[in-house]
Design a protein around this ligand. Structure first.
Ligand code: AMP
Ligand code: MG
Length: 520
């Protein structure tokens, strides 16, 4: 296995002079050199052919001993010096100080076909940023990250990618529900890829430590390599930088809302400077359309990171990034203007996104009301978001009640469709059918366009859990099946129809399905 390695990040930016693994506060440095932990009995469970090709590794390369060793921490690639990044972050609204790569180790960057990918092992052992934890990851959360990051990519959502999923052969002690019940679980490592893993928190830590020299260096580095279209210099460049991050972060969250993805832990250390979905932890997928839902049990009380609040949280996180960049700009007005434009742009883009989901292309001022009324209707009785939007494209009936029959499959409790609930739904359907009459394109063309934005297959919470349950018993077939289905989420794939179904009843309140903790 031969890789074209570059070490731009670690060559251009200052390393921590201390080479030990002792947990510590790192000052004046961007990262610390670390060595991945060797693992007892590594085994490759699954890999992404597409991502192997993207970094120039052939199928033979994937089956090589070197591949297994490198991506499970047992061999350091020639020309690389693995490192963990230093960053801070606001967690659940509060400044948490230094966090950093506590269980992620960057191997270096691979450049292939003019693309640059940073290779990162997640779960390869402790670093100076591990605080009191072990730097390891368990199989269940590794399966969740591996499957979901690739699924998100194929849904068209900006995201970090995954190359491989490996077992380490080591056992890892975890308390899944944080209730004192510790148990050993199988250790695993996911190799992730992204052009860069730099986060909002990388900037925040320098600002918090009043290290303006390195704050500027990081901004200059990020602009030079990842925002090359910024041609201005000095303050103007940093303002433009913030503006473009705002644009890409908004784009990301609009996609989340479109597909029903709930991140679960939108702390500023989990916000990519490139607008990528990053750090798949206790994330989940909306099944019944409930804007108040979050899968993360740690956030049970305030539900800060609930589905309906995600766009506001992105804005809050951008505000924290603006504060961190302020010393480079020393003028609040342009930053405030960009933050204000976020709110206005969100309304515009959300409306456009919802119009596309509904198959509405002709201009109509009243679409805002139609969408508001739909959001209310969807909450009258548990309604499956994915099935609802997908089946809406199939409606052939002009009569609202008969049209409702055609989407009935989306309701979890069809028996509740009576009285006032039916009346509201009929009213909405009536308005929708009337609105469709303004459309010029044929019903068939509309269906195709709607099916391109309303996925048929998403990684429903119980699907990941089924794959995990099998994998714990040594059966990895379902991982492969889901991986394949989720590669074509907008296609009909009738052979996989069973995954286009409402959440089964057993999964409603099951740990791992509707409830997840940060324990991973
Ligand atoms: P998260 O919210 O999962 O993205 O993690 C927040 C912080 O905790 C990051 O700095 C992680 O590196 C760190 N962390 C989480 N789990 C572990 C672990 N098992 N060992 C070391 N550090 C961890
Ligand atoms: Mg994180």
């Amino acid at each position: 296995m031969k890789l074209n390695i570059q070490n731009t990040f670690s060559n251009e930016l200052q390393a921590d002079a201390n080479l030990t693994n002792v947990p510590r506060q790192v000052r004046g440095a961007f990262f610390s050199y670390v060595t991945p932990k060797s693992t007892a009995n590594p085994k490759l469970i699954h890999y992404s052919k597409t991502m192997a090709q993207a970094i120039g590794v052939s199928e033979d390369g994937v089956s090589s001993d070197a591949f297994l060793k490198v991506f499970t921490g047992n061999k350091v690639l020639p020309n690389t010096e693995p490192y963990a990044m230093c960053y801070g972050g606001h967690q659940f609204g509060n400044w948490a100080g230094q966090l950093g790569d506590g269980r992620a180790i960057n191997l270096g960057e691979v450049v292939h076909n003019n693309n640059r990918w940073t290779l990162q092992l997640k779960g390869a052992g402790a670093t100076p940023y591990s605080r009191s934890a072990d730097g390891l990851a368990v199989l269940r959360s590794s399966i969740r990250e591996y499957l979901c990051s690739e699924a998100m990519h194929y849904l068209g959502v900006p995201t970090t990618r995954a190359l491989s999923l490996c077992l380490t052969g080591d056992e890892v002690l975890r308390d899944v529900l944080y209730n004192g019940n510790q148990a050993y679980e199988k250790g695993a490592i996911v190799t992730r890829l992204a052009p860069s893993f730099i986060r909002f928190g990388n900037f925040e830590i320098f600002a918090a430590n009043n290290d303006l020299k390195n704050l500027k260096k990081l901004a200059d580095y990020t602009i030079k390599h990842f925002y090359p279209n910024i041609k201005t210099t000095g303050k103007d460049a940093y303002i433009e930088f913030f503006k473009q991050i705002t644009t890409s972060s908004l784009d990301m969250v609009i996609h989340w809302q479109r597909v029903g993805f709930v991140h679960g832990v939108m702390n500023t250390d989990n916000m990519s400077i490139l607008g990528l979905t990053i750090d798949y932890g206790p994330y989940g997928w909306l099944e019944d359309y409930d804007p108040g839902w979050t899968p993360n049990t740690t956030d049970r009380q305030h539900k800060r990171y609930r589905y309906g609040n995600q766009p506001k949280v992105v804005q809050w996180n951008l505000f924290k990034l603006a504060n961190a960049l302020f010393p480079l700009i020393e003028d609040a007005a342009p930053l405030e203007a960009i933050l204000e434009s976020y709110a206005a742009n969100f309304e515009v883009q959300k409306l456009e996104m919802m119009r596309l989901k509904l198959g509405l292309y002709e201009l109509d001022q009243d679409d805002v009301i139609l969408i508001e009324q739909l959001e209310e209707a969807l909450q009258l009785t548990e309604t499956d978001m994915t099935i609802f939007f997908r089946n809406l494209a199939n409606i052939s009936n002009q009569n609202p009640n008969q049209a409702l029959e055609e989407i009935k499959e989306a309701f979890y409790k069809p028996e509740e469709l009576k009285g006032a609930i039916t009346e509201k739904w009929s009213q909405w359907m009536n308005a929708y059918l009337e609105r469709l009459e303004k459309e010029i394109i044929s019903a068939e063309e509309r269906k195709q366009k709607m099916n391109a934005v309303n996925p048929k297959y998403v990684l429903r919470n119980y699907m990941a859990q089924l794959a995990i349950d099998d994998a714990e018993k040594g059966d990895y077939q379902l991982i492969d099946e889901l991986f394949r289905v989720l590669k074509k989420p907008y296609e009909a794939q009738p052979e996989h129809q069973k995954w286009f179904a409402k959440r089964p009843d057993w999964a409603r309140h099951k740990v791992g399905c509707s409830m997840l903790s940060c324990s991973s």
